[in-house]
Design a protein around this ligand. Structure first.
Ligand code: BGC
Length: 923
């Protein structure tokens, strides 16, 4: 380690000498400062939060040689450059992320302000970053003072299969007085169930579906909000609405398969706990917790269930119920509910929030009085209803992803998700309403009960998601592929909903492990999924079975006989590996490592001579088309991949013994696998597209020569199949990268642009605005549609969207050599099948851009590399002498270094900056 540091210092010193002449450059600018991946997060509970920033600067070859971080308890101290809590001093380092806080012990309920400045390659100092902050939540159990309270609505023991039990939401409130001047006020809140909190007539924060979904017996998340501005000296009131949510409501397909339980998997009654913590200017403080001085009642939300929908009777509204002068004398004393066993901790992910509002595009009337609104695209979320009418008028909203031939919405594919919302008017002019505790997957909304023909503004779509899909751009000469990119974004947004769900519409919406890992790397290119996936990995770790397997889905709210499946449970290795590779995150690896070891032990126990047999559910290559890959093959192949990734994970954590252990395991699996499944011809014993894709992607061929033969067979099979897939969820993701890895770019692009079934283009030509569960979930040709199983046919399923990984890693050509995009690889898969292709990706080190276009037989590549990173750029050329960089020299002593020319690829090395290259490339 010491040697490494010394080397780095010598390196930095010599580099800064080299560039000290380069004084025309402005100082670097420090942007996007984050703590634990978030901008100004409230309520952290880690002892050493991690800092990160992004650097910007003009010119080329810019980098950081040192940084200094200051942390203070007050803004004033920080503005006089006093790091009273931590002054890192000048740290010689080029790191800009995953930097551990290393100051005084952080205290509960305290806000910390921080800033950072950096030194560049010539020793120039930047300005300080903007002042940022984070706050610590309640760190000790005894900091919590509140009770879990609720309103007792009784319990209806209605037959659980034949009719639904949908209890009303509960309302809780309290008025209170503040007599002194407030310095700072925070509220810490949680619920077993879902809650929405209000203060003095306003919702607290923008987050929804709080406190989030966990296996509640293991852990329960709480939220922290700064309410200093919302509270006032004098009279105040706080209120909370709570509903069943994931805790007590209907979940997944339990009702469909008639499990012994169909709801209440974690508890029967939702309950709420919070405490307002006020610090006064005079140095004293107060806590206002949930207790028996609160008041409880029901209200207008008379049904609220995630799957089934919401019923709102506006006649039952409590006007101004979270204002201090509300008369709650008719409300009851709340009931105290059991305190949960789970750990109370902060939510590490992102909360569900509104991400887009969509105006209705069209209204049809397939039956008299039944209006169908079209939002133009498939989303997950709710609608805002705007109506006017007589008191007691009942407006019913139903949701569909597609229309039947007769123009009515298709709801068969929702299975037993009732997905129906009802609004009962109070009759007081224009009324607007939006449900709070349910969501749907839909494009079309059927509205009945309106007294007159509606206008478009009666329905506005509100898309909800936990993530913002703003990390990349993609554009190329074929519009089908541009639509595909948008459809992937849309589907990721719709399904990254508290957990990575399989689909947002039917009675499922579970955190399926197979879907999640298949799409993981794709997801990282489209959004910052570090917090979201950290949360999911904690779910997965909590849900790990006692014998070592990771389950089929997490949180694992209920179990059937088979709890796991090969190619699904491997999420427990594949997702953490990608968290490391993309975000350089070793902390999550440390956290999960004991579980991962246990999982590897479980696989070893189950294997005979390094072949893992199929066991559990065995979905194989789920939804493959006319070509099945055996469960034996899938189970054995994924075991090999897990071992391969474990070597990388052990390396990242410097676990020397384990590096050796997993290297030996991987070699053994590879050998056994090849003996069993790979022939001397390079063919696999089963000869399906998926068998080749897996063996090539997972590096299971015993040598490169055979691997090349395998790749060539895969290519041949695809051609023989009319340039279409035969693969399902498992195979599809691995085909495109395997083709490109072995040089079959043209073929990959043929598949990419294909419009014949099965292909992405086929669904786009048939009108998709999202990624479908099946290649042919819907066809315009009616005669083709009859074979589709309408109950198991989601129009928002991201698994086939896993091609985004190939789109960015190969087509745009942006990858990372080691973890964290510090040494970037720009290696686009250039083909004559397209005229141009361009994309960008905002990595944890900043914006990377790559584009290529043909000018007759010359290829032009434009590249942007962020400050503080280096890139290896591969340029295909048949004439190395023709290689040019716009206005710049290429050579061994130049900013653009020439490294080698091999296999028709020129390899250059550059530092940060924007570059344009051209080279002749004749076929
Ligand atoms: C889900 C899939 C999931 C699968 C397991 C389905 O019901 O929708 O996406 O991976 O079950 O085969």
């Amino acid at each position: 380690m010491k040697i490494k540091v010394l080397f780095l210092l010598i390196n930095l010193a010599s580099i800064s000498f080299l560039y000290s002449q380069n004084s025309k450059n402005n100082p670097l600018e420090v942007k996007d400062v984050t703590v634990e991946y978030k901008t100004n997060p409230e309520g952290l509970d880690v002892a050493n939060p991690r800092f990160a920033w992004i650097l910007e600067g003009n010119g080329q070859n810019r980098f950081q040689t040192a940084y200094q971080i200051l942390v203070s308890e007050t803004k004033e101290e920080l503005s006089s450059n006093l790091g009273s809590i931590w002054d890192s001093g000048k740290v010689s380092s080029n790191e800009t992320n995953q930097i551990d806080y290393n100051g005084s012990t952080l205290k509960s309920n305290t806000t910390y302000y921080w800033k950072v400045k950096v030194w560049d390659e010539s020793g120039q100092l930047s300005n300080w970053s903007t002042t940022a902050f984070w706050s610590m939540g309640l760190l000790k159990f005894h900091d919590w003072k509140g009770l879990f309270i609720s309103h007792n609505v009784g319990y209806d023991k209605t037959d659980k299969y034949d009719s639904l039990y949908l209890p009303p939401a509960r309302y809780l409130r309290k008025s209170f007085k503040i007599n002194k001047k407030i310095k700072q006020a925070k509220v810490y809140s949680t619920a077993l169930g879902l809650y929405e909190m209000h203060l003095n007539g306003e919702k607290v924060g923008n987050d929804m579906f709080l406190p989030g979904w966990t296996d509640y017996d293991e852990r329960l998340y709480y939220q922290t909000y700064d309410i200093t501005e919302q509270l006032k000296q004098g009279d105040n009131a706080i209120g909370a609405i709570i509903a069943d949510g994931w805790y007590a409501g209907y979940l997944g397909y339990a009702l469909l398969v008639r499990l012994d339980k169909v709801r209440e998997f974690y508890g029967v009654n939702p309950s709420f706990m919070c405490q307002i913590q006020i610090d006064y200017e005079d140095g004293s403080s107060d806590i206002i917790p949930t207790d028996l001085s609160w008041k409880a009642s029901t209200g207008p939300i008379i049904e609220a269930d995630i799957l089934m929908g919401e019923v709102y009777d506006a006649r039952l509204e409590h006007k101004d119920w979270t204002l201090s002068n509300f008369d709650d004398s008719s409300w009851k004393t709340p009931k105290v509910y059991t305190y949960p066993n789970g750990k109370l901790t902060i939510h590490p992910g992102n909360h569900v929030h509104e991400v887009e509002t969509l105006k209705s595009k069209a209204i049809t009337e397939p039956k008299k009085g039944t209006y169908v609104f079209d939002l133009g695209k498939n989303i997950a979320g709710v609608v805002k209803l705007k109506v006017e009418g007589a008191k007691g008028t009942k407006v019913t909203l139903r949701y569909g992803e597609i229309l039947k031939r007769d123009g009515n919405i298709q709801t068969e594919n929702l299975r037993l998700a009732r997905a129906t919302d009802t609004y009962i008017l109070k009759g007081e002019g224009v009324e607007t309403w939006q449900p709070k505790f349910t969501y749907h997957g839909f494009q079309f909304i059927e509205v009945t009960g309106l007294s007159k023909k509606p206008s478009l503004d009666v329905i506005t779509g509100v898309a909800l998601s936990s993530i913002d899909t703003n990390k990349s751009t993609f554009n190329c000469s074929n519009d089908i592929n541009n639509i595909l990119y948008r459809n992937i974004q849309t589907t990721q947004k719709a399904n990254y909903f508290e957990v990575p769900t399989d689909c947002p519409q039917r009675d499922e919406r579970l955190g399926w492990t197979g879907d999640a890992h298949t799409f993981m790397r794709s997801a990282t290119y489209i959004a910052n999924v570090a917090p979201f996936m950290t949360k999911y990995l904690i779910d997965l770790d909590d849900a790990q079975r006692w014998y070592g397997a990771y389950p089929n889905f997490a949180p694992f709210s209920y179990s059937r006989q088979h709890q796991y499946s090969p190619a699904w449970m491997d999420a427990g290795i594949i997702i953490p590996y990608n968290m490391y590779k993309v975000y350089n995150d070793t902390r999550i690896l440390e956290y999960l490592y004991p579980g991962m070891e246990k999982f590897m032990d479980f696989q070893e126990e189950a294997s005979t001579d390094f072949i893992r047999p199929p066991a559990g559910n065995n979905w194989g290559d789920w939804l493959s088309v006319n070509e099945d890959t055996s469960h034996d093959y899938v189970a054995a192949a994924f075991y090999g991949f897990d071992a391969k990734l474990m070597i990388e994970i052990a390396k990242a954590l410097s676990r020397t013994d384990d590096i050796a252990k997993y290297t030996a395991l991987y070699e053994n699996i590879k050998k056994a696998f090849a003996e069993k499944f790979i022939l001397d011809t390079g063919y696999t014993t089963e000869d399906t597209q998926t068998t080749y894709a897996l063996a090539l992607y997972f590096d299971l061929y015993p040598n490169q020569e055979l691997a090349k033969k395998g790749a060539s067979r895969l290519a041949e099979k695809i051609k023989d199949n009319g340039y279409t897939f035969s693969t399902g969820f498992v195979g599809t993701k691995h085909i495109m990268p395997s083709l490109s890895k072995y040089g079959y770019h043209d073929l990959a692009f043929k598949l990419f642009q294909q419009t014949k079934y099965p292909s992405w283009g086929f669904s786009i030509e048939n009108g998709s605005t999202s990624i479908w569960e099946r290649w042919n979930s819907f066809t315009k040709d009616e005669s083709q549609n009859s074979s589709i199983n309408s109950a198991m046919n989601s129009f928002s399923h991201y698994a086939f969207g896993s091609v985004a990984e190939w789109m960015f890693m190969y087509a745009v050509g942006i990858d990372t050599e080691e973890a964290g995009y510090k040494n970037i690889i720009i290696k686009p898969a250039i083909t004559k099948e397209m005229d141009f292709l361009e994309g960008s990706y905002k990595s944890i080190n900043g914006l990377i851009k790559s584009s290529w276009k043909w000018k007759k037989n010359t290829i032009v590549m434009d590249v942007t590399i962020p400050v503080n990173t280096k890139a290896k750029i591969f340029i295909p050329t048949t004439n190395i002498k023709s290689l040019k960089a716009d206005n710049q020299k290429i050579g061994s002593d130049e900013n653009i270094k020439f490294l080698e020319y091999k296999d028709g690829l020129a390899l250059l090395q550059v530092g940060s900056g924007t570059y344009s290259f051209s080279a002749i490339n004749k076929k």
